[in-house]
Design a binder for this molecule. Structure first.
Ligand code: MLT
Length: 323
């Protein structure tokens, strides 16, 4: 009698939707375990139509994974991979109710974000974008763009986590006195970097420059409001490479117009891209970049590997929900 070999059924390969540009190395890792659909710049309707066809989605900050998206997946979506740190664009309550794991890349872009914070700090202190724009418009304005020095000034780091610590380390190299406000920070870790942990009121009263590193949560939304700005030293300067939503835009505009805040450097906005009537972007004392904190070649390569590894582990059932 002939021998009939019956091949064991292969476990179905997962389908992974990569909804925002991800480094090639990470995409290749995902391709090794599943079918990968790289569809960038989808409209909300396109995302809603596609989500029930995939087991995992990889996003950066532009894609909003709302309850509506989770519900449209009809139970198929098992993993959301956030190629970056902040998961404020994912509805975590809906994810956990509907049994979907949310994973992020918590370390790979730390240095890139800190470097961008320092780049903006220097650009803000020395009016680099304004002077560059003037020169490109044919004006040689040496007297108009006199800046302020950073050496000997106090930098208040608002949120002393991974990025805040790296900004502190670099600011010490610029000769700044660095203080930090963070209710959860360890005094010892701060002291090891030469940073003093202070109360919110002390930070507001002492900071010449503020670097914001607070995650966006319901508690921190709009926390930089009229009251906080009114307690700042007159002429303070603010750098935000964290999340736009931690600032009350209208309040910052008032503080700028009143001269309480002398300038702000913003990489992040409460709505991205900011609408034309955003009260901050057009202000002459505000300099802006389009959410570039994590955008270095090196960081994006590393983030892609870090998130691909986390998504694969989650799809393999090697991670369990932490909440
Ligand atoms: C982050 O949260 O790590 C950044 O927003 C990353 C990004 O630019 O996507």
């Amino acid at each position: 009698t002939p021998v009939v070999a019956v091949a064991a059924a292969e476990p179905a390969k997962p389908t992974i939707l990569v909804a925002e540009k991800l480094g090639d190395g990470g995409v290749d890792m995902l391709k090794a375990v599943g079918t990968v659909d790289c569809s960038y710049d989808m409209t909300k309707d396109e995302l809603l139509a596609k989500i029930s066809l995939v087991d995992a989605i990889v996003i950066r900050s532009a894609t909003k994974v709302t309850r509506e998206v989770f519900e449209a997946s009809k139970g198929r979506l098992k993993v959301v991979g956030r190629a970056g740190v902040g998961i404020d664009n994912v509805d975590l309550t809906a994810a956990s109710e509907l049994g979907c794991l949310v994973v992020n890349a918590p370390t790979a872009n730390t240095v890139a974000a800190a470097e961008h914070g320092i780049a903006l700090l220097c650009a803000l202190a020395r009016n680099v974008p304004q002077a560059d724009a003037a020169m490109k418009a044919g004006r040689w304005e040496r007297n108009k763009w006199v800046g302020v020095s950073m050496v000997g000034k106090t930098l208040a780091i608002m949120g002393f986590g991974k990025v805040g610590s790296e900004v502190a380390r670099r600011a010490k190299g610029l000769g700044m006195t660095v203080i930090a406000y963070d209710p959860y920070a360890s005094q010892e870790k701060a002291a090891a970097l030469g940073v003093k942990i202070v109360t919110m009121d002390e930070a507001l009263a002492q900071g010449d420059f503020f670097s914001l590193h607070t995650p966006l949560t319901p508690n921190t939304k709009g926390m930089f409001n009229d009251e906080l700005f009114s307690k700042m030293k007159k002429g303070a300067r603010i750098v935000n490479v964290a999340r736009g939503g931690v600032i009350d835009d209208a309040a910052l505009r008032r503080a700028l117009d009143a001269g309480i805040v002398a300038g702000a450097a913003l990489d992040v906005f409460s709505t991205e891209p900011p609408p034309e009537d955003n009260p901050l972007v057009s202000h002459p004392a505000v300099i802006c970049t389009p959410h570039l904190g994590a955008s270095t070649k090196e960081a994006q390569e590393e983030v892609a590997y870090e998130i691909a590894e986390a998504v694969i582990s989650a799809l393999n059932g090697e991670l369990t929900p932490s909440c």
